[in-house]
Design a protein around this ligand. Structure first.
Ligand SMILES: C[S@@+](CC[C@H](N)C(=O)[O-])C[C@H]1O[C@@H](n2cnc3c(N)ncnc32)[C@H](O)[C@@H]1O
Length: 394
């Protein structure tokens, strides 16, 4: 990733210059003087760059939690800041870094954050969880052009591969989300979808807690499904099949049907392998019997009442705080040259932790560069963070 190695220039000189630059919104120094953070506002993107001393010289680099969308913007900002700070370049990988194709520049890629107020373009919505190579979702989208297919996949290369296929096949009815389906479901409105496909989820025989299907996931799926909507689980694992039957049979508001070795019009590479080995393939289809109530929780991640106090820098512990289904870990503390501190922290669910900075300034406290994803585990962690920082919310 882009960085520039420079001659070392003392922190106080660098900070003095940085404070006068238009592109720099704030400067903060790590409490043990390990590095400087520059809060940039450049080409309408807010992100951080880091300056730290290394064995021979200093390093000016990007900060991965706050990375801007475009690599070109990041490189340009690094070069510009380096010049403005008068840092002598020793070497840099900026010119030579291979320009990757715009990672998720496609309009069919949807960031998880956008689902807080996204508009769905049509009434028919189907969802595929863990689409892998994408054969099934592509087939469905081609066959049903009036349905929007939301594909949710945790594996980034698979998400990119599907985005490429959407372009090649000229499709306009697929959205791709690169996230953990278990958390993504919490973001969706009630009664949205007519179908949810979960084909060949990873069986996780040794770590069942990692399975996509669970009681809470299925309850969320039933909330998202419209009345008579279906969730179709397809698996080659008889253990998973039996596990799913157990999970589903404990839940109200659904009816269930089971199939064995039922061929679908499209076969994924994964399924083809099992069919060649003559393994049995099981389908469990559950049908949602009722409409669900509107999703109620509107998680509020604002810190309304300000409680900043300088002694926080000595009080905050870097120990991890682990709770039943979330955690809070303050990783680093930075002192701002104006009044305030910046805290780097990780929090939320164990499977998909949130990484953010919290800026405690003279007049307000806020997450940087954006609010956390509105999930239950993030919200529980947020309440705990407020307790730790002693910031009361209305
Ligand atoms: C065994 S593959 C099956 C892929 C595809 N459905 C098929 O039939 O060929 C399971 C897929 O689920 C994805 N996956 C696993 N856990 C997930 C989660 N929590 N959220 C979203 N995708 C997940 C994996 O990355 C993988 O692509």
């Amino acid at each position: 990733m882009p960085h520039i190695r420079t001659e070392f220039r003392p922190f106080n000189e660098v900070i003095d210059i940085a404070n006068k630059l238009e592109m720099v919104e704030f400067v903060a120094v790590e409490k043990d003087n390990k590095e400087i953070l520059f809060g940039l506002n450049y080409k309408n993107e807010k992100f951080l760059l880091v300056y730290r001393a290394i064995e021979f010289g200093a390093l000016l680099k990007y900060e991965k939690i706050t990375r801007p969308l475009k690599l070109a913007t990041l490189k340009e900002a690094l070069e510009k800041l380096c010049t403005e700070l008068g840092l002598e370049i020793i070497d840099s990988n900026i010119a030579t870094t291979r320009q990757k194709p715009p990672l998720f520049a496609s309009k069919y890629y949807k960031k998880i954050e956008s689902f807080t107020d996204i508009e769905f373009p049509c009434d028919n919505v189907s969802i595929e969880v863990g689409f892998g190579s994408g054969r099934h979702i592509l087939y469905q989208a081609n066959t049903n052009p009036d349905t929007l297919y939301i594909g949710i996949e945790i594996h980034t290369p698979s998400a990119q591969q599907l985005l490429k296929q959407i372009e090649i096949q000229n499709l306009t009815n697929i959205w791709v989300v690169n996230y953990d389906a278990r958390l993504f479901f919490e973001m969706l409105p009630s009664n949205l979808a007519t179908q949810i496909f979960v084909h060949f989820p990873v069986p996780w025989d040794k770590k069942p807690l990692r399975r996509v299907i669970s009681g809470s996931f299925t309850n969320e799926a039933l909330r998202i499904l419209d009345k008579n909507g279906t969730l179709e689980l397809r698996t080659d694992s008889d253990l998973y099949y039996k596990y799913a039957l157990d999970v589903f049979s404990l839940l109200p508001r659904l009816s269930m049907g089971v199939n064995k070795n039922h061929a679908l019009p499209v076969m994924s590479k994964y399924e083809a392998r099992w069919v060649r080995q003559e393994k049995d393939i099981y389908d469990v289809v559950i049908k949602c019997e009722d409409k669900s109530a509107k999703k109620e929780e509107e998680y509020n991640f604002l810190f309304s009442d300000f409680g900043y106090n300088i002694s926080l820098k000595d009080i905050i512990s870097k120990e991890s705080n682990i709770y039943e289904d979330y955690f809070v870990h303050f990783e680093s503390i930075y002192m701002m040259d104006t009044i305030g501190i910046v805290i780097k922290c990780a929090f939320g669910s164990f499977e998909r932790p949130e990484h953010k900075y919290i800026i405690l300034g003279a007049n307000n406290v806020e997450y940087y560069p954006s609010l956390p994803i509105a999930s239950k585990s993030n919200y529980n962690a947020h309440l705990k963070i407020k307790e730790f920082l002693n910031v009361n919310n209305h």
